[in-house]
Design a protein around this ligand. Structure first.
Ligand code: FAD
Length: 286
């Protein structure tokens, strides 16, 4: 099934994201996490992809295949293009097709230091076009409620996003954010610009202080006062911080659902405990 069809059912779509292991030895841990996540019955699970074209990439298809073919849950394989030539993408598309994977999150990827980017695909929209021309895949794209870090302005970023949708991105998944107002404001501006495809809100339950510092450096998400206060209060009590981070994510999701969000995409960090706590609290609201 194409992810786009899930949005025809007039309810909030719930999805999870998992990432492949950094080393081959870690794959069993991911399999175990997926086995637990499947019991939560999300609408789909997406699997990230390494931007650098490393061996990690092999596991994206393998894990997405497990989700779809063993557990019967729709899967979406992320695919980046910044370090790929067309022949590399052809190889991945073939592998995905052979494994019955129908959905791809088409991304540019971040430039990796010391690796000269390839020139076949400059932007994610080039990859979206290429996938659409070379296979029968449902294609999604990424979007940024607080503007992508390289964009000159939000207006330019939204116009580039519109182009990505016109190239064939059928649904969008957002970067994580901790203040829902950024998402609402961004969505409204996208609608005014003529972007009407379903937009799924990316929610990252924050459960330790290092994770926050890493995330903020990587994606520049703003931290609202109530979030900062929560971290300050519980940073020295790791277990309490997990509970607080889960409660914060649930609060965000309840507000998003109340405001009619198309979908919620939980960055699970391969942690089924956290995904379970959140899902159990919101399942009846979807
Ligand atoms: P693009 O859509 O190409 O946008 C990148 C920048 O280029 C933006 O500033 C945009 O405004 C600009 N731009 C776009 N088109 C044009 C144009 N035609 N002319 C001029 N400027 C243009 N990274 C990974 O490595 N692996 C993953 O699995 C992964 N998963 C992700 C999942 C989600 C939901 C999100 C939000 C991000 C993910 N990323 C992942 C990170 C992503 O690769 C980076 O954010 C990357 O910097 C941008 O990717 P993009 O696909 O959004 O790029």
């Amino acid at each position: 099934m194409k992810i786009r069809e899930l949005y025809n059912e007039n309810r909030t779509v719930l999805s999870f994201e998992v990432f492949p292991p950094k080393k081959t030895s870690g794959v069993e841990t991911v399999y175990k996490a997926v086995e637990e996540l499947k019991d939560l019955k999300p609408d789909y699970i997406s699997v990230t992809y390494g931007a650098g074209g490393s061996a990690v990439n092999n596991f994206t298809c393998e894990i997405a295949s497990l989700i779809k073919n063993k557990y019967g849950i729709e899967s979406m394989a992320h695919l980046t293009c910044v370090n790929s030539e067309k022949s590399d993408v052809d190889r991945v598309l073939k592998e995905l097709k052979e494994n019955n994977i129908e959905n791809i999150l088409a991304l540019r990827g971040d430039r990796v230091p010391d690796i000269e980017p390839k020139t076949d695909f400059k932007y994610a929209s080039d990859l979206v076009t290429y996938i659409k021309e070379n296979g029968d895949f449902g294609v999604s794209g990424a979007c940024y409620p607080e503007t992508h870090s390289e964009a000159k302005s939000q207006k330019e970023d939204i116009l580039n996003l519109k182009h990505k949708v016109e190239c064939g991105a059928e649904t969008l998944v957002s970067q994580l954010f901790f203040d829902n107002n950024y998402f609402y404001d961004f969505k409204e501006k996208c609608e005014i610009a003529g972007i009407s495809v379903p937009m799924c809100a990316g929610i990252m339950p924050v459960t330790n202080k290092n994770q926050i510092e890493r995330m903020v450096t990587m994606c520049g998400a703003s931290l609202p006062q109530k979030f900062v206060k929560m971290i300050q209060k519980y940073e020295a009590r790791p277990e309490a911080l997990i509970d607080a981070g889960i409660a914060y994510a649930i609060d965000q999701i309840v507000d998003l659902i109340s405001n009619g969000v198309d979908g919620v995409h939980i960055y699970t960090m391969n942690n089924p405990y956290i995904a379970r706590k959140i899902t159990e609290s919101i399942k009846g609201l979807l």
